[in-house]
Each structure stands twice: as C-alpha cells, then as structure tokens.
Design a protein around this ligand. Sequence first.
Ligand SMILES: Cc1cc2nc3c(=O)[nH]c(=O)nc-3n(C[C@H](O)[C@H](O)[C@H](O)COP(=O)(O)OP(=O)(O)OC[C@H]3O[C@@H](n4cnc5c(N)ncnc54)[C@H](O)[C@@H]3O)c2cc1C
Length: 453
Amino acid sequence: MPVGEGHRTGVGAHRTVAPPRISPHVLLFALLFVGGTTFGVWTSQIRPSTRLAALLATAAHLTGLLAGLGMLAMLLLMTRVPAVEHGIGADTLARWHARGGRTVILLTLAHAGLAWWAHSAYNHMGPVDGLLDVLGYPALAAATFGCALLVAVAVFSARAVRTRVSHETWLRVHLLTYVGTAIAFFHQPAGPDLAGAPVLAWLWTFLHVQVAVLLLWYRVVVPLCALRRHDIRVVRVYDETPDVVSVLMTGRGLASLDAASGQFFRWRFLTRRLWWTSLPFSVSAPVRDDTLRITVKVVGAHTRRVKRLRPGTRVLATGPFGAMTARRRTRRKVLLIAGGIGITPMRALFETLPGEPGDITLLYRASDSAQLALREELEEIAWRRSCRVHYLLGSSRGPDNPFTSAGLRRLVPDIGEHDVYLCGSPDMARATLRILRRAGVPRGQVHAEVFDA
Ligand SMILES: Cc1cc2nc3c(=O)[nH]c(=O)nc-3n(C[C@H](O)[C@H](O)[C@H](O)COP(=O)(O)OP(=O)(O)OC[C@H]3O[C@@H](n4cnc5c(N)ncnc54)[C@H](O)[C@@H]3O)c2cc1C
C-alpha cells in the first residue's frame, strides 16, 4: 500500500474508503481491446481482391472504423467520470485527448478521401462527378459535413491558432465536435461493416449511446445536483499579494465531495459575467468545516472578475478532479516543488501529507519575494510540523538561476529517496522535470500537475 493511503490525511480529513480509480494501464488496455476486436471484425469481412476500387474501399472501411472508435475514445476521455479523472489525472487525460485527437482527424480525413476515391473508381467517374454523386446520398452528405466540422475544430486546436483566440472561443468551436460526431454517426450503421451484422450494429450504437449518457450525466446532471445539494457561496475574497487573491466559500455537506489535498474543481461563479465559463482552480487548503478555499492569480479577464466577487455569490463547483494526491505517494520522504501560483495544491498537501518531522520539504520557486503567496501559512505549517520550506527566488534565465540540479542536490542531498510532487506552468514543469532527471530522481517518483488549459 502506498504510504498515506487509507490514513486520515490531516485536520478535517474524513476519507476512510478510497473511491474507485481506473489506472492508465487499465484504460489503455480496454481501449486497445475494443480497437483490436474491431480490427478482428474488419479482417473477417475482407474479400480478397486485386481491383484498385476494392482495395481502396477496404482501406476506407478500416480507417472509418478506427476513426469512429477513436472519436468515441476521445469523447470518453472528456466525460469527467470520477474514477477516470482520479486515476489518471486531468492534465494527462487532456494530453492524451490532444494527441489522440490529431490521429483521429487524420484517420477521418483518410477515410473520407479513400471512400470518395473508391466510389469514383467503382463507378468509373472523375473526382468531381464522384464527389457530387457521394453528396447525393443524404447520410454521406451529412457525414461529409460532420467531417468538415471536425477539421474546423482541429484547425482551431492547432497551437498557432489556439494561442491567438480566447479560451471561450476555442471552447465554443470545440463543442462542434459533439455535433460533428453525432452527424457522422448516422452513416455508420448503414456502412458495409455493420449493415449485414445486426449484433455489431447494436453494439456500435450502444457504445455511442453509452458515451453520450456519460457526457450528459457527469458534465450536466451531476454539477446541477451538486449546486442544489451543497449550496456553495462566496464568503469573502481577500488579497494575498497585489495580484493574488483567496476566495473563501462555504457550503452544505462538503465532506461528501471527498476532495483530497492536491485536487482541483472547475468553478462556475454565478454572476452575470462569469456564469458561462468554468475555471479550474485547486483547493489551496484542505476542505473542512464546510468551507472551501481557492487562491487565484489575476492573469486575465476572468480572474479579474474573480477578484471582484461579492459575498453571497452562488458557486457551481464540479469535481474534485486530479490525481496528484497522497495516493500517488510511494516513498516516506516527499519533496513538494511549486512554481508561482502552482503553490495552491502544494499548500494543501504540505499541511496534510502524513509524515514525521523532516519527511516533507517544500521548494517554492518565484521570481521575487513579492510574488510569494500564502507565505505566512507555509511558515506556520513548517514550524508546526517540523518540515522545511525553501524559497528559490530569481530569474530562470542566466547564470544566477537559483534552480539547478546541483542546487537541488545541495538543498536536498538524498533527493533520490524522495517522491516529488510538482505543480506550475508548462514551462516551469518541463524545466523542473529536466532538473530532476539530472539530479537522479526516477520518473516514477515524480507526480506532476500542470496549470495548462
Ligand atoms: C488543473 C488546473 C488547476 C489550476 N489551479 C489554479 C489555481 O489554484 N490558482 C490559479 O491562480 N490558477 C490556477 N489554474 C490556472 C487558471 O485556471 C487560469 O489561470 C485561469 O483560468 C485564467 O483565467 P483568465 O481568463 O483570467 O486568464 P486568460 O488570460 O484568459 O487565460 C490565461 C490562461 O488560462 C487559460 N484559461 C482561461 N480560461 C480557462 C478555463 N476556463 N479553463 C482552463 N484554462 C483556462 C487560457 O487558455 C490561458 O492559457 C489552474 C489551471 C488548471 C488547468
């Protein structure tokens, strides 16, 4: 059993039975199993032929099946099923979704192109007549439109475009994925792989309905029920540093949320300007006595509005999400590394990770001391628990960079015996992973959360 699992994790902790979690290996195995079975079904239906049109059609069916399954898998990763979120972690799921999404789009395009070519070749038509003929079938015209929507989403998700549009614009365009997938679905049961096989067609439909139900349940019904049940409201908002505020909230029966230190929620503050966006923020203190606290760095339009929230504002909190909790721990000693506002989950873990004096060390990386949020609390916790906290201040560029593998080994000589929990921006996390590798920390001992959209 990993250290800390099943223990009480500090004041106000209540968990005695761990909620179910699906590990990355189990999920990958399940996806590969379904993919392998589909491939098997496809191979059993191949009619050997040397005709170009037949070969093209065969390739079109395979790419179509894989694209359909891949799209389902991508949606499944985003359903926010707690066992998947807690077992794998939201940032890993988002990474898989981004990488897998690119493959699915390529497969979809390959399928569309091959099917068009095969249709033209079978009917001895040129490409333009072939396309017009395909578009004459309502289901295929709809599938073509669905494919165009998916390509539009892919274009908007490309880094070069994404960094130029707001998160909301990107999100709204991303919602077209659901429309595209639903539209494209209707030509699938009529396709040659499923049309003659009612059991397979039912199974295929069942998989789609299942994913749709999970999406609706966990992304709409569960949050709305939580709004009623917990009635979370803002109590007060106060400054931590000139550009960081803490938001204190209260609600009913918050213990049943089962939020562990290190986790985050997606918050929808029900004001005129914020209700339509859900923002991810980690809990910056353990949930106790029906109070929740987040600590927010003001970086853009939404966080500026968070700073101005009034007491009494209702809050729809979805979660908890994230796998960077005490359950990931494999070693007695733990090093927590926070970059900037990445301190928020670390502050909660610093207070609650079980340990003897000296077992837990916190490294807090910031450009200067004015940027250090929650400093008094960290020092009080360090004093109370006999833990160490080090501040690494300065620019990360140039020879004065205070955060290097040699510096890390000086501060924590037995670093290889530690589990490392890491949270910060993507750049900070990448640089820290390199430093940890050079300092000899095995990757399996590093548990990271990246504050990336
Ligand atoms: C798992 C996780 C936990 C986080 N925890 C904290 C925390 O405890 N404290 C804190 O200060 N910040 C945290 N962040 C970052 C925080 O969510 C963003 O800084 C904030 O949403 C930006 O809002 P903005 O519109 O004011 O800024 P913008 O300038 O509009 O955006 C700044 C960055 O935040 C991203 N972003 C904007 N809106 C969203 C959204 N709805 N969902 C996801 N990303 C978005 C943008 O893509 C951009 O990269 C966390 C992020 C993640 C992914």
